[in-house]
Ligand binder design. Structure first.
Ligand code: SF4
Length: 373
């Protein structure tokens, strides 16, 4: 299979999105975030393009403003805010970096890496924003214009950086000997923060395995849509099965459903405000009960009894030493799915794969989640 890193990332976010862009080949215009990100990338490319003199901040800002596309924004307020943010990001970039002192060996470096065993090769392509020669090695940098900063652990396990490093090593195979001198970094321009990491050869190889695993998942995928916060930035929302009702021209039957939706949301609101009030009343009553030294209070309507409920936790080692000899330890172990999900992203690739394999559908139930607006 011939694919790009960004297509694989789409698949990881939402298989349906991957299908729209890679299989159905539906082309969409760039949204405002993409237009903004591309212009910043282009400006930084200009900043670092080797020449006699590096562009000054004023020249970089001039390029940024001359290529600014106001059309993609919803209104003037949004457009001005985005423009000011871009200017602030470039100013901050110059404050933290002196382009004249950076030794660039490649910018927007296109790569294609072959992955997989002979006879079953796949090609993954991509673009590395910047490769620097550092004092004793190299640094591979990818610029990010997103707001959310990842944890260091996520950067240490970031697949994109591992693939970029794999591509770099295919081009400079001798550098495998000097992996400890090669940094891989994500530069978050909105925060002016560069998060860096290193990789072992084992991690690079594992990233190739992870790509093959993803390719296998694609080959057998049903391309189910996965709703997330990223749907707000998805260019396929208007044709996505999960969002189609939003874009439907409403017939009478749909209008009736709209009323049901509104009633449902307003009932949920009532429940919420009533349970907030119940919480307040409980606090007042509890204070009164403490004062009166009484756990039960009365009115003509009825009585309220206060009971103390305690939850207990056990010392795991002690409990194990008691139950294991009786062959009962395994029976009381329960997997905490939430805790597992939280650590999954930072587990080594092999372990993660094993954990994924151990997953199976336990129960299926329907739930209704209200998102307002
Ligand atoms: S709108 Fe959301 S669920 Fe639909 S394709 Fe895009 S990312 Fe997937």
């Amino acid at each position: 299979m011939n694919t790009s890193y960004s297509a694989l990332e789409d698949f990881r976010i939402c298989p349906q999105k991957y299908k729209f862009s890679q299989i159905d080949r539906i082309r969409t215009p760039k949204n405002k975030e993409q237009v903004f990100g591309t212009l910043l990338h282009n400006t930084l490319k200009l900043v670092h393009t080797p020449g006699i003199l590096s562009p000054t901040l004023e020249q970089a800002l001039d390029y940024f403003s001359k290529n600014w596309n106001a059309e993609v924004f919803q209104d003037e307020i949004e457009e001005r805010a985005a423009f000011s943010q871009g200017v602030a990001m470039l100013q901050d970039y110059y404050k933290r970096n002196d382009p004249a002192k950076i030794n660039i060996i490649d910018l927007e470096s296109r790569f294609q890496v072959e992955i997989g065993p002979d006879g079953d090769k796949h090609i993954v392509s991509g673009i590395i924003d910047r490769i620097d020669k550092t004092e004793d090695g190299y640094e591979i940098i990818d610029y990010k214009t997103t707001r959310k900063l990842p944890s260091q652990e996520k950067v240490d396990n970031d697949l994109q950086l591992s693939i970029y490093l794999a591509a770099f090593l295919k081009r400079y195979p001798k550098e495998i000997e000097n992996l400890d001198k090669i940094k891989v970094s994500l530069y978050y321009l909105k925060h002016g923060v560069k998060l860096s990491s290193e990789r072992t050869l084992e991690q690079v190889n594992q990233s190739e395995e992870l790509i093959i695993d993803l390719l296998n998942q694609i080959a057998s995928s049903k391309f189910e849509p996965v709703i997330s916060g990223l749907c707000d930035w998805c260019a396929f929302q208007n044709i996505c099965p999960m969002w189609k009702h939003k874009f439907k021209e409403l017939a009478q039957e749909d209008l009736d459903v709209a009323k049901i939706i509104e009633e449902y949301i307003s009932l949920k609101d009532d429940i919420k405000s009533k349970s907030n009030r119940i919480g307040q009343l409980q606090e007042i009553l509890s204070g009164y009960m403490d004062k009166e030294n009484a756990n039960q209070v009365f009115s003509d309507m009825g009585r309220i009894l206060r009971t103390i409920r305690k939850t207990y936790k056990y010392d795991a080692d002690k409990l194990r030493s008691i139950l294991e000899p009786l062959d009962k330890w395994e029976e009381v172990l329960k997997i905490d799915g939430v805790a597992l999900k939280n650590i999954l992203g930072i587990l080594p690739y092999g372990t993660r794969k094993e954990v994924e394999k151990a997953k199976e559908v336990d129960k299926e139930s329907k739930s209704f989640i209200v998102k307002k607006g």
